[in-house]
Design a protein around this ligand. Structure first.
Ligand code: SAH
Length: 391
């Protein structure tokens, strides 16, 4: 291990504030001087005008120029990775000791675990890594080794799931195969190789459970249904009829697999429709449903798209509300990081106005405890949900 110091980026005068407030990102405009020839993903130090060390992190030649890993000097050696991954695991054990009814959970949640750019989801004995920054990509093998060192987690497969263009899928350890997980008593097959994100939307676990509490005897429409998460909870809870709508061909296959896995669920109460959910909502009567789920993919990944995304969410929700029968429920979500909780609420207000419906909020939903929000990084609160009563 080399002991040479990483290259240093110098801040402009007066640009320390966000670092002193422990925000994990530094934007390019904050720097007075950036060493030439830095490669994307390089480990760098950040210093103020007085040449005092302020942080160490990963460099990317982009608007978020440095993602901070630590505000103290340290070396990113195997010991470091073992320690940070083990700490994340200790935190999960603390969270889950009393509440976890699943063997599928998020072990590392980026900034929420002081590891910006890194996601690790665990599905039974499989760990799926996703690196959202070029910096994290460089540490895949160290991260895999740290995961395998967690003896009581008994990881047998470590799989890297590409998200950046410069990355590629690969199995770092073991033999990859589809895994079956159990969440709140319901079985789900997770196809992390072909699936979206790391294979399953763990962040909706508690919201699916809440839906189950409302679903008995109800006719349910689950749009953007993916592998049928909300649908299976509804059926298991005794819904009369559940319709899942998704535009991805594989979603149908995955949903059927999951129905088959759960022998206690009667599949004749379920139908899957391969369709564009926006079109479906526009062109079908919605007044036959007692409960509707809207869980679209992120409309806005970048700030400049916020306006368009706002209109997208507003129209989707307004169109749905318009058609809903009186006293029915709407579980509506947004997972766009750039649309915060208040803005989402405002969009729902506008949608209710547009639909001319009386709407009240019954529940305000967020992400579960294995997707923690770093208080210094409010952007990490990305999942917003509202349960609405449409009168
Ligand atoms: N609610 C799901 C996760 C939804 S992810 C769960 O709990 O697991 C978003 C889903 O929307 C994906 O499955 C994607 O295929 C689907 N999707 C994206 N655009 C769509 C569209 N226009 N119409 C229907 N489904 C769409």
């Amino acid at each position: 291990m080399s002991h040479t110091q990483p290259p240093t980026l110098l801040l402009k005068a007066g640009k320390e504030k966000s670092i002193l407030q422990r925000h994990p990102w530094i934007f390019s405009g904050a720097f007075a001087q950036v060493p030439e020839g830095l490669a994307d993903g390089a480990i760098v130090q950040v210093a103020n005008q007085q040449q005092q060390f302020m942080a160490i992190g990963h460099y990317t030649k982009s608007s978020i120029m440095v993602r901070i890993l630590s505000f103290e000097k340290l070396m990113l050696d195997q010991h470091y990775w073992n320690e940070v991954i083990e700490k994340a695991w200790i935190r999960r054990k603390l969270i889950f000791e009393h509440t976890l009814q699943t063997n599928a959970f998020r072990l590392v949640h980026g900034e929420g675990d002081q590891l910006p750019g890194l996601i690790v989801d665990v599905y039974n004995f499989t760990a799926v890594i996703q690196c959202h920054s070029p910096g994290m990509l460089q540490h895949q093998l160290q991260i895999a080794q740290a995961l395998l060192a967690l003896v009581d987690l008994e990881i047998k497969v470590v799989y890297n799931k590409k998200i950046l263009d410069t990355d590629s899928d690969r199995c770092i350890h073991g033999t990859p195969e589809t895994v079956v997980c159990i969440e709140n008593g319901i079985y789900f097959e997770v196809d992390y190789q072909a699936g979206q994100k790391t294979g399953f939307f763990l962040d909706q676990r508690e919201n699916r459970k809440l839906l189950g509490q409302y679903a008995k005897g109800k006719t349910v429409l689950n749009t953007f249904s993916y592998s049928g998460g909300f649908s299976l909870y509804a059926l298991a809870a005794g819904a009369l009829k559940v319709t899942s709508v998704d535009s991805a061909k594989k979603a149908s296959h995955w949903t059927n697999q999951n129905l088959e896995l759960n022998k206690n669920i009667d599949p004749s109460r379920h139908q899957f429709l391969l369709a564009d959910a926006f079109e479906f909502i526009k062109s079908n009567p919605l007044n036959e449903y007692d409960l509707i789920v809207l869980d679209p993919p992120a409309f806005a990944k970048h700030l400049d798209a916020v306006k368009r995304a706002m209109i997208g969410y507003r129209n989707l929700n307004a169109e749905t509300m318009k058609g809903m029968k009186s006293n029915s429920l709407l579980f509506t979500f947004s997972c766009s990081q750039v649309i915060d909780k208040d803005l989402f609420r405002k969009i729902i207000f506008q949608a209710a106005m547009q639909a001319k419906r009386k709407v009240s909020i019954l529940h305000q939903l967020s992400q579960p405890a294995d997707h923690p929000i770093n208080v210094y990084h409010p952007e990490g609160e990305y999942l917003k949900g509202l349960v609405l009563l449409v009168a």
